[in-house]
Design a protein around this ligand. Structure first.
Ligand code: 2AM
Ligand code: CA
Length: 266
């Protein structure tokens, strides 16, 4: 498959950081049996992957700004471009030896996401999209699932973390959704959740409280695979507000309505 120079840069960086994460993931699996667990080791793996991405992307595109999970905002003198990078999305999975984690890289040009890469090195699944150019997994063109009834749909979600978010609100959303769909899944990596919707593996997804680096690449994957995304208000402020509802045109609309239903007695 012929990729643009820009996507090549992103893919090369993701693969290099992916090799580093894969090596560390192997070690993490060995550390599970220790009492302390692999906590510090994982923080180091995360930082190492971020360093690789920062170095590779800066080398290939000098002057672009960054927003990275660990480093935060890094200014660039280019003025038009910004990388949104999560070096390890799905940290809890990684820590526990579950192979559902990914590197997520998006490029914003004048405030618009124009390219996205999500790479799961444990499964060697590489998701790429460029605005107007379609979405791919490895060499296969992606299309969102065609199911139009919630009763047939498998819907992904994110559960608010310990000490974060509104657990009560989530329980209401979950009760609403599980009453209407075929099944609910919780993978623990928002970038992969969105990639799975783009690939037609899950019919839809919702989550709140996310950060821009978790979702920027995945949102483009879904749009380029023919899907629809909105925030919880039905608008397009996903990166700013951190809420996402995704699916094909029919499922997205139905899911948005369902998650926001008021509490109904059991
Ligand atoms: P992370 O692994 O990079 O932190 C799962 O629901 C999503 O939430 C993942 O993409 C995960 O990204 C993110 N996440 C994990 N812990 C979090 C926390 N304490 N606060 C906010 N988001 C978190
Ligand atoms: Ca993340």
């Amino acid at each position: 498959m012929a990729r643009s120079a820009l996507l090549n840069v992103m893919v090369q960086a993701a693969m290099k950081a992916g090799r580093s994460l894969s090596r560390d993931f192997g070690e993490v699996q060995n550390l599970q049996v220790s009492m302390k667990g692999p906590g510090d080791y994982v923080s180091q793996a995360d930082r190492k992957a971020e360093d690789i991405l920062f170095t590779e992307l800066s080398k290939a595109r000098p002057g672009y700004a960054f927003l990275m999970e660990e480093r935060g905002a890094v200014a660039g003198d280019d003025g038009q471009h910004r990388w949104l990078v999560d070096p390890l999305d799905g940290t809890t999975n990684f820590l526990h030896g579950i192979p559902l984690f990914a590197i997520s890289i998006a490029l914003e040009r004048q405030g618009q996401i124009v390219a996205g890469v999500v790479y799961n090195p444990a499964m060697d699944e590489l998701y790429t999209a460029e605005r107007g150019g379609g979405a791919f997994m490895n060499d296969r063109r992606l299309r969102v699932a065609g199911r139009t009834k919630l009763t047939d749909a498998v819907i992904g979600c994110g559960v608010p973390h310990l000490g974060r978010g509104q657990h009560g609100n989530f329980l209401v959303e979950l009760r609403n959704v599980m009453a209407e769909v075929s099944g609910v899944r919780r993978l623990g990596s928002a970038s992969l959740d969105l990639a799975y919707v783009a690939a037609g593996r899950m019919d839809g997804f919702w989550e709140v409280g996310l950060s821009a680096w978790d979702i920027a690449a995945g949102l483009l994957l879904i749009r380029e695979a023919g899907g629809f995304v909105s925030d919880f208000a039905g608008g397009q402020e996903m990166l700013e507000g951190g809420s996402v509802v995704a699916g094909n045109e029919v499922i997205q609309r139905a899911l948005l309505k369902t998650v926001k239903k008021p509490v109904t007695p059991r």
